[in-house]
Design a binder for this molecule. Structure first.
Ligand SMILES: [Zn+2]
Length: 224
């Protein structure tokens, strides 16, 4: 039984065929530019309270270069580049590492600033100064970026599922259908935590975990 039961099965769409060979980043980038499906954001989004780093586009190439050995990372990029939706990537750097990497789904992004509605696949914010640690191992930032892009893939695959869970996180608004799907993963005390964990565990199980394994890094067994 998949982790989210019937609801999962209904909403999970099959993954599109790969748009570009996994071993050809230049071709992926070319197709990305044509389709405009992943766009590195170089302008400040004031609502994020942090400026994008200089040379954000160069950063994308460098950071993606850290995970080119992972077939799961290539699969996520191929999925996103074959989608008609546009996903934004925003690299931030603060001196105190005070910001976590995060994903804004399209509704949350356009609620932040209506000009962000063009990112109809959401925005992955990658905090360059706040890399992930698993135990004593520092994980390359490429994995953090792929974690956030993994959320974009989750959203594009099953937007109703994702939005219902985000609604619980924000408003504690649990529909009977989604409550049923949370039963199987329920071990936290509050619906908002259950919903956040349902999103994170799905992303870690299908995206971040396999990438870490393919790179010879440890895998998270819990989420903070
Ligand atoms: Zn996450």
């Amino acid at each position: 039984m998949p982790p989210f039961g019937k609801f999962w099965t209904v909403l999970l769409k099959p993954v599109s065929p790969l748009a570009a060979p996994a071993d050809s980043f230049d071709k992926t980038r070319y197709e990305r530019m044509q389709l405009m499906t992943i766009e590195v954001i170089a302008d400040t989004i004031a609502e994020f309270n942090v400026a994008p780093v200089r040379n954000s586009k160069g950063r994308y190439d460098t950071i993606y270069g850290q995970v080119t050995g992972s077939s799961t990372a290539a699969m996520i990029i191929s999925y996103l580049t074959s989608s008609p939706k546009c996903v934004g990537v925003y690299f931030s750097m603060m001196e105190d590492g005070g910001l976590d990497s995060m994903y804004f789904d399209p509704k949350s992004a356009s609620a932040c600033n209506s000009a962000l509605s063009k990112y109809d696949g959401g925005i992955a914010l990658v905090a360059l100064d706040n890399p992930m640690w698993i135990g004593r191992v520092q994980i390359p930032l490429g994995v953090s970026m792929m974690h956030e892009l993994g959320h974009a893939k989750q959203y594009l695959e099953k937007p109703a599922w994702y939005e219902a869970l985000v609604d619980i996180v924000k408003n504690n608004n649990v529909s009977p259908q989604i409550a049923e799907s949370l039963k199987e993963t329920q071990k936290y005390t509050k619906p908002a935590q259950d919903a956040k964990m349902a999103i994170e565990l799905d992303n870690i199980t299908r995206h971040e975990g396999p990438i870490c394994t393919e790179m010879g890094k440890p895998v998270r067994t819990s989420y903070p």
